[in-house]
Design a protein. Structure first.
Lengths: 274, 274
DNA sequence: GGGGCGCTGTATCGAATGTTACGTATTTTG
DNA sequence: CAAAATACGTAACATTCGATACAGCGCCCC
């Protein structure tokens, strides 16, 4: 049984020709508002012609476009009257919402529960007001997080470097690091020996280390000035870095805010360079 | 200042003549759906004539009926996109939780609400059972997501390539791509022209494109076989890719499950290589 | 490589919608 | 109580919308 039109669409989207599929995707992307507009507007949004929209609607089993819109409105009416149902995934008629999503949301809540605003603010301040350089590095699966953070930080402040490539390459960068510098390390299970060694050496050079790790704490925690422990357990063969990802985004936002004056000017300068 | 049309109405309902007041009450009674219907239906519901509805709308300050409907739709769009705005009460959060976290959690719920299990399963199957190669590429800020996905997929199946570096480099890789191949693209605002061009060319070569984008849909959606639209709005200077990140992890998990037999063997082989 | 099929856009038509003019009813005011 | 002003509905109008026929195009299969 099909309870919602969205479900109906995703059932049949596989059997649709390209044009109608584009219509379907645009509708799903911000459901159901696009369907409430006129055919012309709908077709423009989807980048197809009006007849394609009508064929799309016909394929879903509606006699005409107004009938389709009425169905959408009825659905919307039901939703608006019981806001609680909005949090449920319609496809979860069986009851099971994506267990992956549930676990991830829990991980985030739990991660932030163990993270005080004070801690976040302190770390943000250290990243914003450091007098030296900022280096970022990650492990096998967490390196993208380091990259993501570096990509943003590098825009709002100078001297941000992501350490990539072979171990020998970034090991040699140690020579540039000193007390005024900050090193952001991402390391979750299984902890990488090379990263631990690197962290230890950096620590001895007086570098301030900010560590992103999992709840079991990488051995690097011994050398770290700040430690962020994210929950990683999900019903999957892999650990999840999503909670850490959100912490990263939160920090990026906080640092940006602190550097608002200086950062804004810098961003304008960058814009003008393009 | 009047933030919503409902407010505007209750402000002026006192100064309205009887007929228009009935219109106003009918609209408020099940707001805003009645306003989205036609003038004839609206008038019938309110028990007045069409011109009365139009006069009512004019009194609210709208030039014509379509303009009034557009305003209602915009308002509805804003509501639907941030469910937090309605449920947002600080006490239920149990203390000062980061608004950044709240918005992110909402984004994820909303993203998955627009994503049926069927869609995810279809995409996972395409990634798992493709007969050719898998290519991944991302934009300025989303490239780390492509890397993250590639890092995992490359472990459980062969022929997974992340396209990085200069445009000319991955443009040349087009020559290796064909009908049996899959191209995963990440592109959120502001959409990158170079990626669009790349996607178009790949599409013409018959490559199956899986697109990760935001709710406003990158122009690449025109060429994509599958589109995943994630919510990105957060109280920050930057857009959030966290929702897309979770979808990525979910897909990685699903593909891994599908390839369990083959993948497990492959992972054991990899282990023994170390 | 050729023939057939299916998909898609352009142009056109009919219908339904929003809009306006005008006459009647109702209320308000002197 | 009378007269004016306002409100309201009926009916005709113009516009926009949804629907359809048709031709071009690409694609797949033989």
């Amino acid at each position: 049984m099909v309870s919602s039109i969205a479900e109906l669409i995703s059932d049949r989207i596989g059997t649709m020709p390209a044009g109608e599929r584009r219509a379907a995707q645009t509708l799903i992307a911000n459901y159901p508002l696009t369907g409430l507009k006129t055919v012309a507007e709908f077709s423009a949004a989807a980048g197809v012609s009006s007849p394609t929209i009508l064929r799309f609607v016909a394929r879903l089993g509606f006699q005409n476009y107004p009938e389709f819109q009425s169905a959408l409105q009825d659905e919307l009416a039901a939703q608006l009257q019981s806001p609680a149902s909005r949090t449920l995934n319609p496809s979860s008629a069986g009851g099971a919402v994506s267990p992956m999503l549930e676990a991830t949301l829990d991980n985030m809540r739990e991660t932030f529960r163990h993270l005080t605003d004070r801690q976040l603010a302190d770390i943000a301040t250290r990243l914003a007001e450091r007098r030296g350089k900022t280096f970022l590095i990650g492990g096998r699966f967490t390196d993208p997080l380091a990259r993501y953070m570096a990509a943003h930080l590098a825009i709002i402040q100078p001297d941000v470097y992501h350490l990539a490539g072979q171990e020998s390459i970034w090991r040699d960068r140690l020579i540039d690091m000193g007390k005024r510098d900050v090193l952001v390390i991402f390391d979750i299970r299984r902890y990488q020996e090379s990263l631990v060694r690197f962290a230890e050496k950096a620590h001895h050079r007086g570098v301030q280390i900010i560590l992103f790790t999992d709840q079991w704490l990488s051995p690097i925690a011994r050398f770290a000035r700040h430690v962020i422990a994210g929950r990683t357990a999900v019903p999957s063969a892999w650990d999840s870095s999503a909670a850490l990802f959100v912490v990263v985004e939160t920090l990026i936002g906080a640092v940006t805010r602190q550097l608002e004056a200086a950062g804004a000017k810098r961003m304008r300068d960058l814009e003008s360079l393009r």
